[in-house]
Design a protein around this ligand. Sequence first.
Ligand code: THU
Length: 130
Amino acid sequence: MSLIDHARAVRENAYAPYSKFKVGAALRATSGAVHVGCNVENVAYPEGTCAEAGAIAAMIAAGDTAIAEIAVIADSPKPVSPCGGCRQKIAEFAKGDVKVTLTTTDGIVHETTVATLLPGSFDADYMSRV
Ligand code: THU
């Protein structure tokens, strides 16, 4: 099963009664294990979590700490774009050249990288004087 297939499958479990916009994310850790997540909304809207955040939480819970590749899927007119917060969350665990595959449920695919999605990102180097 490809990473996109994993993302497509977990998207079905998304809890998105408010936006009606279901998102699935799947990542392959450097260990080779695949971890998945979907968006989980809340009646208190800001408490909802994105699919990417769920996949990252699953990865950490499973004992992996590095992303080798990640895919995101939604029923959007063009390949779904991770929000700013998720870009920062992905960058915490992925090198800049890590492949990010953004897709639509009807098969439009856009491949990019973590560094392209989040140029000039804040990272631990900025805190080296602390
Ligand atoms: N959402 C994600 O889960 N990931 C993205 O990359 C974009 C947005 C979710 C958050 C919210 O539940 C819904 O999509 C609409 O913004």
